[in-house]
Design a protein around this ligand. Structure first.
Ligand SMILES: CC(=O)N[C@H]1[C@@H](OP(=O)(O)OP(=O)(O)OC[C@H]2O[C@@H](n3ccc(=O)[nH]c3=O)[C@H](O)[C@@H]2O)O[C@H](CO)[C@@H](O)[C@@H]1O
Ligand SMILES: C=C(OP(=O)(O)O)C(=O)O
Length: 418
């Protein structure tokens, strides 16, 4: 059980290089098991979720070989088990992608229900509805989902709600279905596009990823491919907000600036100086910052996965701010922890009202989930005095070498094992 000890009032200055995207990597890795050959995935983030997925593939009988810290060779060419029913699967959210991938390759899958960050109910009914529409029989029970079909047949699927996971999972399952599948009201997140690009390099025929209509023409089989994962929009956003909250000056490198539009617009509105380059953004905060209203939405809206981090920033901006969380019904559990650091926040259902304070102060807090943990680091960096953050295992799920990256910018964060 690691803890982070954070010394506050450190101004972050310098350059940080952003790792590969967690939410792309965790879809592309399960997709790799569909190939009758070897894939090489580059720019993978060195994070716990990626390691958990590799363990799962190995337990299924596939082979994962690291060529270096960020390059992984996946070989499931010889065939693997279609049953991912062990405990490991329950640790992370993205294990639901094994359902779509195994169903596509073997027309049968048995997968334990996924875990992931806990912010209220996280149903997978839309995933299962999609598999059924393709002709699969789907059964749930004893913490397990079983799906099987004689044939998967392409069809038109309208998503009641925009869902990243369901869009990708149905896309996986439809890749080797007979005929054409159309997903309407699809999610448009960069990781949806990245997964489709990888599948197309494996021989799939997917068009329209990144728009709200995706058309998948089924192919008979897929081959391995070499693929480079896109940069992590949320890690990039976290360091951009870190620069702002510490009154710093940070060049956030190796990113796709277009993916950051909703955040850069918001930071600009708050008086943060943004300088955009081809594959980097410089964030400078040397003027008083004002509060803002933020509404989370699916892409290209403001991402819910940056909601806790922007809340930390708004808690030290002048005036009042309002956050509306439109994606998750209960993503404010961390607010009690933020209050321990001196933030003034009132919660009313999906709305958080924040009254900016001049200064936060160090405290003992918990990372209640991955992005909440990131928010604790940001708030602790800005606070007066020392903070102690436990629950670091959540942060390690999605942030590569977190304390080293912050320390290289001038932070003083120490990891202690207890
Ligand atoms: C591994 C991964 O990529 N995780 C991300 C993914 O999670 P995840 O794929 O779980 O999130 P979804 O996009 O599916 O969820 C969006 C909304 O749809 C609802 N819903 C979803 C599926 C379903 O079958 N039924 C249903 O009602 C959810 O309750 C939620 O309100 O997208 C979320 C929204 O951007 C992010 O916060 C997560 O970081
Ligand atoms: C919520 C997240 O991840 P997961 O869906 O894997 O729990 C996240 O990346 O912020």
């Amino acid at each position: 059980m690691d803890k982070l000890i954070v010394q506050g009032r450190k101004r972050l200055v310098g350059e940080v290089s952003i790792s590969g995207a967690k939410n792309a990597a965790v879809a592309v890795i399960p997709a790799a098991i569909m190939a009758e050959g070897v894939s090489v995935l580059e720019n993978l983030p060195s994070i716990e979720d990626v390691r958990s997925l590799c363990h799962t593939i190995e337990k299924l009988g596939g082979k994962c070989t690291y060529q270096d810290e960020h390059t992984l060779q996946i070989d499931c060419g010889g065939g693997i088990d279609y049953r991912a029913t062990f405990e490991e699967v329950q640790k992370i959210r993205a294990s639901y992608y094994f359902l779509g991938a195994l169903l596509a390759r073997y027309k049968k899958a048995e997968v334990a229900l996924p875990g992931g960050c806990n912010f209220g109910v996280r149903p997978i009914d839309l995933h299962l509805k999609g598999f059924r529409a393709l002709g699969a029989t789907v059964e749930e029970g004893n913490g397990m989902v079983r799906a099987y079909a004689d044939r998967l047949i392409g069809t038109s699927i309208y998503m009641d709600q925009v869902s990243v996971g369901a869009t990708i999972n149905i896309m996986l399952a439809a890749t080797m279905a007979e005929g054409v599948t159309t997903i309407e009201n699809a999610a448009k997140e960069p990781h949806v596009v990245d997964t489709a690009n990888y599948l197309n390099m494996m021989g799939a025929n997917i068009k329209g990823a990144g728009t709200d209509v995706i058309r998948i023409r089924g192919v008979e089989k897929l081959h391995g491919a070499q693929y480079t994962i896109i940069p992590d929009q949320i890690e990039a956003g976290t360091y951009m907000i870190a620069a702002a909250i510490t009154g710093g000056d940070v060049l956030v490198k190796n990113i796709i600036p277009k993916h950051m539009d909703s955040l850069t617009a918001k930071l600009d509105e708050m008086n943060v100086t943004i300088e955009e380059h081809d594959d980097s953004i410089r964030v400078t905060a040397n003027r008083p910052l004002h509060g803002a209203n933020v509404k989370t939405m699916s892409y290209p809206g403001f991402p819910t996965d940056l909601q806790p981090q922007i809340a930390a920033l708004l808690s030290v901006c002048g005036g009042n701010s309002v956050i509306t969380e439109n994606v998750w019904e209960n993503r404010y559990q961390y607010i009690d922890e933020l209050r321990k650091l001196g933030a003034q926040v009132e919660i009313d259902g999906r709305i958080a009202r924040i009254q900016g304070v001049d200064r936060l102060h160090g405290a003992k807090v918990s990372a209640t989930d991955l992005r909440a943990g990131a928010a604790m680091i940001l708030a602790a960096l800005a606070a007066e005095g020392e903070s102690e953050i436990d629950g670091v295992k959540y942060i390690d799920r999605g942030y590569e070498h977190v304390e080293h990256k912050f320390n290289a910018l001038g932070a003083k964060i120490t990891r202690v094992q207890v």
